[in-house]
Design a protein around this ligand. Structure first.
Ligand code: NAD
Ligand code: MG
Length: 405
């Protein structure tokens, strides 16, 4: 079923002369990289890529500049308080705009060939589901959607004529080397992890980490939330759950390997002992380009890999004592039901509380674990949008209670 949804061998739709593209979360790190890649390819083939809709949470200035620069059809701002600002910035341009959750759904539902899902967090779920219903190909960067509602999103994609194209660098790597026609010949997926900025820190040192230290990732330039997730290694925990949804393999066959250079983006091991890896410099424009053109290739401005200059690549197993996120993610996956939704929501709340100075770095683990335990009390239920939203709300409220204690 998963291979079906990923439709790895299908040709992109609407590839004729001009492809219509939308970007949800256009003002973030992935959104900006996507627009950069699109501009780069429009220089090579002028007019080949048309921007339909762009969205942001609060950044009306940047959103308006992006919409004007790309002559987008529609710009949507999630936080309605910033709509007057957006309207003013777009006045006289002929570009339509809207505010609030409905405007995001409208943006996601507009006729497009390809939609980049790059909103951060579970906030991206309803727009992604709307894009899935529209029949567009979905380039999925927003891993939290797969973690909190993977079955729901996959079942929507199954009904859709569009393909789900992994953008997260590890999943994009696996997608490129996974034999979807012979999944039974795959013995293992190996997700690589940089280990984050505290890879070699002691627990005592980690206790006093400041937000500015946690968002300074050694290899990748990313949004604040995913940078903290990389520092706690919850990012890898979420990616483990993401991989379990995307690829037809048992979760206990997904391994995590620390690889500080972030050159090998992930690997697939086959029954004959062959291990296929995808490599590249740590630049999101490469996996975004892969998802934009798949199964074709397009040019990317990302630097080319120079292995001679890098010299050595190293690998080692992660320390699950200092980084319990990996254990928590495995537990959530094993428990099933609402557990991954609880894990994701609690982590989102805890990371926000850490970034705003309300809790310490190691509290992120304690709060997430406490909330995850409560998922066991939740009655078994079918995954629908309503059950996911209800579980997400409950987990957020439990996390806030734990923080205020
Ligand atoms: P970011 O914080 O830089 O940007 C997030 C985007 O989402 C912004 O456009 C913001 O305006 C929008 N947004 C935030 N809250 C919103 C809300 N409540 N409603 C609507 N829109 C909202 O994040 P990012 O680093 O670009 O990451 C985006 C997603 O891609 C995340 O799920 C992340 O895990 C995933 N991802 C990012 C990278 C990376 O290199 N940055 C790599 C792999 C995966
Ligand atoms: Mg990743």
């Amino acid at each position: 079923m998963k291979a079906d949804v990923l439709k790895a061998d299908a040709l992109p739709v609407g590839h004729a002369s001009q492809r219509r593209l939308s970007i949800l979360g256009a003002t973030g790190s992935v959104g900006v990289n996507t627009l950069d890649l699109i501009a780069h390819n429009n220089k090579i083939e002028p007019g080949s890529l048309k921007i339909v809709a762009l969205t942001s949470n609060k950044n009306a200035d940047l959103l308006a500049r992006q919409a004007i620069a790309t002559n987008a059809e529609f710009a949507a701002i999630a936080n309605r308080d910033f709509l007057p600002h957006l309207q003013e910035a777009l006045a006289g341009t002929g570009i339509r705009c809207g505010g609030g959750p409905e405007a995001l759904i409208e943006a996601a539902s507009m006729e497009a060939d390809w939609v980049m899902a790059a909103i951060v967090g579970a906030a991206g779920l309803q727009p992604v589901l709307a894009a899935a219903k529209s029949g567009a190909d979905i380039a999925i960067a927003n891993k939290e959607c797969l973690v909190c509602a993977g079955d729901l999103l996959l079942s929507e994609m199954k009904k859709s004529s569009g393909r789900l194209l992994p953008v997260d660098s590890e999943h994009n790597a696996i997608f490129q080397v996974f034999d979807f026609e012979r999944p039974h010949r795959v013995t293992k997926l190996i997700l690589t992890a940089s280990g984050g900025p505290f890879r070699e820190w002691s627990l005592a040192q980690m206790a006093d980490v400041l937000p500015a230290q946690a968002v300074a990732h050694p290899n990748w330039s990313m949004g604040a939330k995913i940078s903290v997730d990389s520092a706690t290694m919850m990012n890898k925990g979420l990616e483990l759950i993401e991989a379990a949804h995307l690829f037809p393999i048992e979760p206990d066959r997904i391994e995590i390997l620390i690889h500080p250079q972030s050159v090998v983006h992930s690997m697939v091991e086959y029954v004959d002992g062959s291990v296929l890896a995808q490599m590249g410099t740590p630049d999101m424009r490469t996996p975004i380009a892969s998802a934009l053109a798949w199964p074709d290739r397009v040019s990317s401005p990302s630097a080319k890999l120079n292995l001679a200059q890098i010299g050595d690549l190293s690998f080692h197993t992660p320390d699950e004592i200092r980084f319990p996120s990996l254990r928590l993610a495995r537990e959530a996956l094993k428990t099933g039901g609402v557990a991954p939704t609880f894990l994701n929501a609690a982590n989102e709340v805890a990371v926000e509380a850490f970034l705003t100075g309300h809790i310490k770095f190691l509290d992120i683990f304690a709060i997430t674990e406490q909330v995850l335990e409560k998922a066991l009390d939740w009655p078994p239920c079918v995954e629908t949008l309503e059950t996911v939203l209800e579980a997400d709300k409950m987990a957020r409220s439990l996390a806030k209670q734990a923080i205020s204690r």
